[in-house]
Design a protein around this ligand. Structure first.
Ligand code: GLA
Length: 409
């Protein structure tokens, strides 16, 4: 066999790796160093659906600051569906001129001026779920437009995607965002259909694991061609996916319904379980008119710290007995969060003997061994220290509610 000179061999390999050295090589990898803890913010859909305009968005941004949510860590103001107008003669998407007369750049500037970030919504198909222009065939132009407006976060939906394959379609928008050059969080929203947890971690920063959330604690609503799910149903679907979540790549059990009409205890349980699952905390209520209970729930720093813990481990269901579930989440510095969730309509007693057996989390490689270590117990809802792991913990958990403890040594 004729020997190929080493230099030539090197050139051949370089040519293959870099597409003959041209400029057309795509980068299908998400922007790094974003969403290292689950993203926190607000999204228009759950409360306002298609009724969005710049006045509302500005007022919500104002409320994000005045209510203290920004200072508690909520950062993104995300427009969902229906902000769109038409494309211009060159194909660049424009906002609906009646609803957004000042334009998106002005809105982004306003939001940035408040120390917040702005998110926008599009769809991989021909049209969004609300029938507005989708990005299919316009991915690079749309990404360029969003970058020019100063967008920081893109939720990318999956309606009207006939013939598309999710992994490829999401890689296309990632490449387009990369090409546009402005770092953006990419929220993959294909409802868990094509196992985004398997291919999503390099492509986006979070991926929906289920269909849409419905504002109920425990129900399924059948809309004919699709279903939406209560908080408990969503939690059950996401529970098995914990090994896929981590800093920069999160399972997304959909946006919060806190403050949208469930009872205060149900809101508290919903919020707690989202924190236990290291879920993105994207509020979906009207921040301009929150009850004190809603505000208290959303800004409980100790709960937020469970969600935002730097280890980024999604918690797990450890035990179930008579509709009472025990969930655990390992936290940084050997700490643990424990939630006793009562799914039933009656109060349930809980008794937990820490000494009984060590608990091992094989995913996080963490151990809760109360025989070896004495942990202090803190109840972050009551904001009280409640003893140590030397004695069994006993309490009654009200119906559709939680008792939470943070263990530290
Ligand atoms: C889909 C998404 C929702 C929302 C709507 C908007 O149903 O899953 O979160 O974005 O579309 O039309």
């Amino acid at each position: 066999m004729k020997k190929i000179p080493l230099l030539l061999l090197g050139l051949i390999f370089a040519g293959q790796a870099f597409g003959q050295g041209n400029n057309y090589v795509q980068n299908y990898k998400k922007f790094d160093n974003l969403a290292l803890t689950p993203p926190m913010g607000w999204n228009s859909w759950n409360k306002f659906a298609c009724n969005v305009d710049e006045k509302l968005i500005r007022e919500v941004a104002d409320a994000m600051v005045s209510t203290g949510l920004r200072d508690a860590g909520y950062t993104y103001i995300n427009l969902d569906d229906c902000w769109h107008g038409d494309r211009d003669a060159q194909g660049f998407i424009q906002p609906d001129a009646k609803r957004f007369p000042s334009g998106m750049k002005a809105l982004a500037d306003y939001i940035h001026g408040k120390g917040l970030k702005i998110g926008i919504y599009s769809d991989a198909g021909s049209q969004t779920c609300g029938g507005r222009p989708g990005s299919r065939g316009y991915e690079f132009q749309d990404a360029q437009q969003y970058a020019a407006w100063g967008i920081d976060y893109l939720k990318y939906d999956w309606c009207n995607t006939e013939g598309l394959k999710a992994e490829g379609a999401y890689k296309t928008i990632t490449a387009a965002l990369r090409k546009a050059g402005r770092p953006m969080v990419l929220s993959i929203c294909e409802w868990g259909n094509d196992k985004p947890w398997e291919w999503g971690p390099t492509v986006g920063h979070l991926w929906r694991t289920t269909g849409d959330i419905y504002n109920c604690f425990d129900c399924v609503v059948d809309h004919g061609t699709w279903k939406s799910f209560g908080t408990m149903q969503i939690m059950d679907k996401q529970a098995a996916l914990r090994q896929y979540a981590g800093p920069g790549h999160w399972n997304d059990p959909d946006m919060l319904e806190v403050g949208n009409g469930m009872a205060a205890n149900e809101d508290r349980a919903h919020f707690t379980m989202w924190a236990m699952m290291a879920a993105p905390l994207i509020t979906g209520n009207d921040l301009r008119q929150m009850s004190p209970a809603t505000k208290e729930t959303l800004t409980n720093r100790e709960l937020l710290a469970i969600d935002q813990d730097p280890l980024g481990v999604q918690g797990f269901r450890y035990a179930t007995k008579d509709s009472l579930e025990t969930w655990l989440k390992p936290l940084a510095n050997g700490r643990w969060a424990v939630a006793f969730l009562n799914r039933s309509r009656r109060p349930q007693p809980v008794r937990f003997d820490w000494q009984a057996t060590p608990i091992t989390d094989t995913v996080a490689k963490a151990e809760l061994n109360a025989a070896r270590t004495t942990y202090r117990l803190r109840d972050p809802w009551a904001k009280k220290d409640v003893g140590t792991t030397k004695k069994p913990f006993a309490a009654t958990v009200p119906a559709h509610d939680v008792t939470v403890l943070v263990l530290s040594n």
